[in-house]
Write a protein that binds this ligand. Structure first.
Ligand SMILES: [Zn+2]
Length: 442
């Protein structure tokens, strides 16, 4: 399968609007069915030689049988994309898959059909050569990643029921990130070894309500407002998890001269590093602490009605080291108001940290070095959530990396507009997946 053919396969799959919605009743199944059909046509050998297990309605789990008995690996990607905002500006149509300036433009090119097609093309090419992997390779392609649907958990259950205990799992998350750190000119091959836990706490204050002509002090709305202000005044204390410390150590030699000593000695200078990152802006601050954002507020339904109940949603991104319990306790203490009820909705602990002093991590990073000689491979903590967090239940080595070069603008285009992948970058990523599979030890 030649390069231009592989590019056409990606374009064909990007054109299919496999949009997920949190309300599953809004999901149109037709594009997912079409995706499956087009994928089967695009990669005939893969579909002929690998065993396919359908997971729930639209997620796919393939097993490629290896020559040996060693623990299998799981390569992941997802089929679905986020909806298009009608008002979003866009240079190129989101499902056009048009080629301009040496790049393929469209929703899902980076997140995450590029990976999905990259993995399939690598497998197809290896099958064409009669290659057999040294151990089983599973491909897990989820159709509800963007809405944290039950598909990934179901895929994990399927593997567990078959007694599959993977050696490692590789999903999206990191990349070959250009302009990743101010002053660091080398791209970083960032491999996610943990991800923050996403949890929401709903705050609720109740009261008498009534007519707005006879207000009472300290009603539900006032107490919720006070709670929100108190939360803003009591952010979480910063901390430097081990992967972040290792990131600083690894990038120190590539940092601007003035920052080198600080990075190289990050372990010893933790208080200073933490303070510097908190002051450097919301993104660096999110690296070193659990964050909370008040997102949904509600109170009275009418101008002349005093609310009998007011609520606020606090969306937490919990850093490894904190837990749902400790973060909830922090919120409770910061609010300091027993009349406010706290309800946990959508609970996710931060993912356990995958090892970096380990042959699986070494295989991934040395393959990065082989294909991206200019990149500095390093572990880091992923800020977003991926389907791979469910796989931590059956595997201690879950890594998050897509083998594509991405500029800052490209990373910002994910879930936004004008998402695009360089044609050469995409093809190079296919070679990375190919080499990773070829290099799997017996
Ligand atoms: Zn994604």
């Amino acid at each position: 399968m030649g390069d231009s053919e592989v590019v056409e396969k990606l374009r064909a799959l990007v054109r299919i609007p496999t949009v997920s919605h949190t309300d599953e009743s809004l999901i149109d199944p037709a594009p997912f069915e079409e995706f499956r059909r087009v994928l089967a046509e695009a990669f005939p050998l893969l579909h002929e030689r690998l065993a396919l297990h359908q997971v729930r309605d639209h997620s796919l789990l393939f097993r490629w049988e290896g020559s040996g008995e060693a623990d299998p690996v799981v390569l992941m990607a997802h089929i679905d994309v986020v909806p298009i905002e009608e008002s979003a500006p866009g240079q190129h149509p989101p499902f056009g898959a048009e080629i301009h300036d040496g790049a393929i433009w469209g929703r899902g090119t980076l997140d995450d059909k590029g990976s999905l097609v990259g993995i399939c093309a690598a497998v197809e090419r290896l099958l064409e050569q009669g290659f057999v992997p040294t151990r089983d390779v599973w491909l897990s392609f989820g159709a509800r990643e963007e809405v944290s649907g039950a598909d990934a958990a179901a895929a994990v259950e399927e593997l567990r029921s078959r007694g599959v205990a993977p050696w490692f799992v590789l999903d999206e998350g990191g990349a070959v990130a250009h302009e990743a750190f101010p002053g660091v000119t080398s791209p970083l091959g960032v491999v996610g070894v943990s991800e923050k836990g996403t949890t929401t706490i709903e705050l609720r204050a109740e009261g008498r309500g009534g007519h707005s002509s006879t207000p009472e002090r300290g009603g539900p709305t006032a107490r919720i407002a006070r709670a929100v202000v108190r939360l803003e005044k009591r952010p979480f204390a910063p901390s430097l998890p081990e992967p972040t410390l290792e990131l600083f150590t690894r990038i120190a030699p590539h940092a601007p001269l003035a920052l080198r000593p600080l990075f190289a000695n990050a372990r010893r200078l933790q208080p200073l590093v933490k303070r510097a990152l908190v002051l450097a802006g919301p993104e660096p601050a999110a690296l070193v602490r659990t964050t909370m954002a008040v997102t949904m507020l509600s109170g009275s339904p009418a101008h002349n009605v005093i609310a009998s109940s007011a609520t606020a949603a606090v969306n937490l991104r919990i850093l490894v080291g904190d837990t749902v319990a400790s973060a909830t306790e922090h919120v409770r203490k910061a609010i300091a108001d027993d009349s406010i009820q706290l309800d946990l909705v959508d609970v996710n602990e931060p993912s356990p940290v995958s090892p970096t002093d380990d042959p699986a991590f070494e295989l991934i990073t040395s393959t990065i070095t082989e294909l991206f000689a200019d990149a500095v491979p390093t572990p880091y903590v992923v800020m977003a959530a991926t389907d791979s967090r469910y796989f931590t239940a059956i595997c201690p080595r879950v890594y998050r990396f897509t083998p594509f070069r991405m500029t800052k603008a490209q990373r910002e285009s994910i879930h936004s507009h004008d998402e695009h992948i360089g044609v050469e970058d995409f093809l190079h990523g296919v070679r990375w997946y190919t080499r990773l599979i070829e290099r799997l030890p017996a």
